[in-house]
Design a protein around this ligand. Structure first.
Ligand code: PLP
Length: 460
């Protein structure tokens, strides 16, 4: 293990910063490490219960109590930064959840559903009414015809939708292509499903308003006979990139040529800036039969705690996803699925207002970051801004975010948690701007205290 991630003890811990352990072969595939797994036997105290100190002290060489899989990734760095923010009383610009209210219509709909006793299990793969609303939305926004009976599975958030999908389609030895930097769940999700992640770089723009790009040859080289799927997240976390039609067509052509599935995480589909358009992979000719579209309520309706997400996939793949989902979680919260129907029926003006609200927040935070000395990569979608911190002279992003949370009082996410090789993100830090103006203004005030290493600065 290296010494990069942030542990749950309130200290910077001993861990890998990018969420995945293992060795990368020269062609970018993760292979397992030779590191032994440290077993923690259930040592018993005289009262018969496991004693914590004994549990953490005693190591047996005889039996491996832990799955090999969990040795290859760490806890989420993003979620840990939220715990760090609470510990230090810092403004949390780390985890992507809004600190403002959800729309009142959908809160009332949830209360009414509970009042009407929609309090028992919904149909395992989702309430009929919500599946119908999801199908109508895919048709209205993306022109994709979806059969809600055969193609939609409602899950506990898009997080569960992604892992259920990967478990449903991957076998040991399969590879999954992932653009990096990447949303940190994808690495562990691939490993848990038995697949090997193979990473393809998104490169940051050189000019201030430029786009993150990938190399076509590098992407092609990642596809071969063991490739089962490619994960595409657009609009993208953490870069804010919105994939263009030409880029999606290129990916489409490779998927068809190599007979590969596209798993697309479109959870930020309505959070777009500067005239960019979201294009669903499933809407491209030839792709509906090989695309699993993942989406959810969390970001579009500001309800990250509700845990309602879904997959839209061809019927045979949907059958497999439904089986996995059933045995993982049985179903998503029934009354919140009913409220989801109200949410998905909001008028178009709701989405325009949502995007404009986030555009204003982006344009509030980015100048404050730039004034403080960060180089910002302007996002075209989603609600994060990746920054370059090289002006501050810190050895790495973990040291910098530790300083930022404890001395300046602002929590952000170390860039290395979005890369398989922590070195790649060592001079990058991600900020979330899904926050009230007051929160962003207070963060901006605190960010004025950021100083290059070696220059004194104190939290006021
Ligand atoms: N996908 C991406 C790209 C995300 O950024 C997040 C949350 O930050 C999720 C999925 C999680 O979504 P959910 O709350 O629906 O599980």
């Amino acid at each position: 293990m290296s010494d990069r991630a942030i542990g749950s003890s309130g200290h910077l811990p001993i861990n890998s910063g990018h969420g995945i352990h293992g060795r990368m072969s020269s062609d970018g595939v993760l292979t397992s490490t030779d590191d032994p797994i440290t077993d923690v036997p259930m040592a018993r105290s005289p009262d018969g219960y496991a004693s914590l100190s004994a549990m953490t002290d005693v190591v047996t060489q005889q039996k491996q109590f832990l799955s090999d899989k969990v040795a290859h990734f760490t806890e989420s760095v993003i979620r840990e930064m939220t715990r760090q923010a609470m510990l230090h009383g810092a403004i949390n610009l780390a985890q992507g959840f809004p600190d403002f209210s959800a729309p009142s219509e959908i809160k009332i709909a949830a209360q009414e559903a509970i009042g009407a006793d929609v309090n028992q299990y919904a149909i395992t793969w989702g309430a009929k009414s919500l599946r119908g609303a999801i199908a109508r939305q895919m048709q209205a926004w993306q022109g994709v015809a979806v059969d809600p009976e055969k193609q939609v599975t409602v899950c506990c958030g898009s997080t569960e939708a992604m892992i259920s999908t990967l478990l449903a389609v991957c076998n040991a030895g399969d590879e999954v292509v992932i653009f990096e930097p990447y949303y940190e769940n994808y690495g562990p999700d691939s490993i848990l499903s038995g697949a090997k992640p193979r990473f393809v770089k998104l490169r940051p723009p050189h000019e201030p308003n430029g786009e993150w790009t990938f190399d076509e040859r590098e992407l092609r080289a990642a596809f071969h006979k063991h490739t089962k799927a490619i994960i595409v997240n657009t609009p993208n976390n953490p870069t804010g990139k919105v994939f263009t039609r030409a880029e999606l067509e290129l990916i489409r052509d490779l998927c068809v040529e190599f007979d590969v599935l596209a798993i697309t995480d479109e959870i930020y589909e309505h959070i777009l800036y500067d005239g960019t358009k979201h294009i669903s992979m499933a809407s491209l000719p030839g792709m509906q039969e090989r695309t699993i579209t993942i989406n959810g309520m969390s970001k579009t309706y500001s309800v990250t705690g509700w845990r309602v997400g879904w997959t839209v996939a061809p019927p045979r793949i949907t059958d497999a996803i439904r089986k996995v989902h059933d045995f993982l979680t049985v179903g998503a919260p029934a009354p919140l699925q009913e409220a989801g129907v109200s949410a998905l029926s909001l008028p178009e003006s709701y989405y325009a207002k949502l995007a404009e609200g986030y555009r204003k927040r982006r344009d509030r935070l980015v100048p404050a970051l730039e004034a403080a000395g960060f180089r910002c990569f302007l996002p075209r979608g989603a609600y994060y801004v990746m920054t370059d911190i090289s002006a501050f002279g810190y050895a790495d992003d973990v040291a910098f975010t530790k300083y930022l949370v404890s001395n300046v009082g602002v929590a952000a996410v170390p860039g290395s948690s979005f890369y398989r090789d922590p070195k790649e993100g060592a001079q990058q830090v991600r900020f979330a701007f899904c926050k009230r103006d007051e929160t962003l203004d207070e963060a901006a005030k605190r960010l004025k205290q950021v100083h290059p290493l070696g220059v004194a600065g104190r939290r006021s």
